[in-house]
Design a protein around this ligand. Structure first.
Ligand code: NAI
Length: 335
């Protein structure tokens, strides 16, 4: 087995607990890796770095091309620019991929949910271009470029083809944002018609899409959308299958990839051994497939599915009492 170098960014809040648990499980499953642990977020500033995304951390991800990242706390309305937004822009991690599936043993309103949210990760309202026109009047600029719209559309269709997915649904608001969402929509249409006519394609205005998602999520397959919509819809979809503790994610670029859960740093439960490490572990499994460590990935996946199916060791977010460490221990015991 090849030895990998993986940058581990523990992050803030519950980040250090859940990333440590995920690392422990992957190592127990046989992953051979050198881990380069580096800070980001409020904890980086607390350690004396002058930015929430230290240059050292960025450079390490650029050099090693793969990172497992915990969530970071982003100050609201002031202070530093979000680590996540910086990372995605600086590393050009243009595609956020978030698979949302029912997990064994977690009863929710719907069975058979199997959705992949593909989110454009570099522009839209996350351009961070805001302006005070005059006191009392502020604006925020939504950016869409033909290059980024085309790139994410191609990514989604390529992903759907490789994973034997049947349908792509684009959520948009091009009826109102005719230029920006219109450009996004046109790119998806063009890629569908010219390159992937065999994949079923549909378009939905996002408000109606939200209603349909909560009425019957099983009618959806791959969802493609711009940045802000993808952020919101990812959490909505997480809610359909048991919450933020069970949904993994990845941020994919041409050169590097950063794997992280959808959830945040959960300051309300940080440091209490109360967080579910599963979402980060599942993100780790996505990372293992990305590194072509399929056997280790399968082993980890079978082990956590076994624990969830048994229903003996259940974390608090899913109605049980098990802590972060106890859940990781149970997964290791099943390997
Ligand atoms: P959050 O995801 O941290 O928490 C929302 C709710 O879900 C809380 O009740 C929390 O306890 C619970 N929760 C989240 N993850 C959990 C887990 N693994 N196990 C059990 N329960 C879990 O979202 P919130 O409160 O909106 O944001 C807190 C901070 O996290 C903010 O500073 C925000 O900017 C940041 N954030 C960072 C992200 C990242 O770095 N990728 C993503 C989302 C938010």
């Amino acid at each position: 087995m090849a030895k990998h170098t993986i940058v581990l960014v523990p992050g803030d809040g519950i980040g250090p607990e859940v990333t440590a648990a995920a690392r422990r499980v992957m190592e127990a499953a046989g992953l051979q890796a050198d881990w380069v642990e580096l800070p980001a977020g409020a904890s980086a500033v607390a350690e004396g770095y002058d930015d929430v995304l230290p240059q050292r951390t960025l450079a390490a991800i650029q050099a090693h091309k793969v990172a497992l990242k915990g969530p970071v706390t982003t100050p609201v309305g002031k202070g530093f620019q979000s680590v996540n937004v910086q990372l995605r822009k600086k590393l050009n991690l243009y595609a956020a991929v978030r698979p949302v599936r029912n997990v064994p043993g977690v009863k929710t309103r719907f069975d058979g949910v199997d959705i992949v949210v593909v989110r454009e990760n570099t522009e839209g309202l996350y351009s961070g271009i805001e302006n005070e026109v005059t006191p009392g009047v502020v604006t925020s600029l939504k950016v869409a470029t033909a290059v980024a719209c085309d790139r994410i559309a191609r990514y989604a269709f390529r992903y759907a083809t490789r994973r034997h997915r049947k349908k792509i649904t684009v959520f948009h608001k091009a009826n109102i944002m005719k230029l920006t969402d219109g450009m996004f929509l046109n790119a998806a249409r063009r890629v569908h018609e010219d390159e992937y006519p065999n994949i079923e394609y549909e378009e939905m205005i996002i408000d109606a899409g939200c209603m349909k998602l909560v009425q019957d999520p099983t009618r959806f397959d791959v969802l493609l959308m711009e940045n802000l919509y993808g952020d919101l819809i990812s959490d909505l979809c997480a809610g359909l299958v048991g919450g933020l503790g069970v949904v993994p994610g990845s941020n994919i670029g041409e050169d590097s990839a950063v794997f992280e859960a959808v959830h945040g740093s959960a300051p309300d439960i940080a440091g209490k051994d109360a967080a579910n490490p599963l979402a980060v572990l599942m993100s780790g499994v996505m990372m293992l497939y990305h590194l072509h460590e399929d056997a280790v990935a399968d082993r980890v996946r079978n082990a956590y599915e076994g624990v969830l199916t048994d229903g003996q060791v259940v974390t608090r977010d899913l109605g049980g009492t098990a802590g972060t460490k106890a859940f990781a221990d149970a997964v290791i015991a099943r390997l």
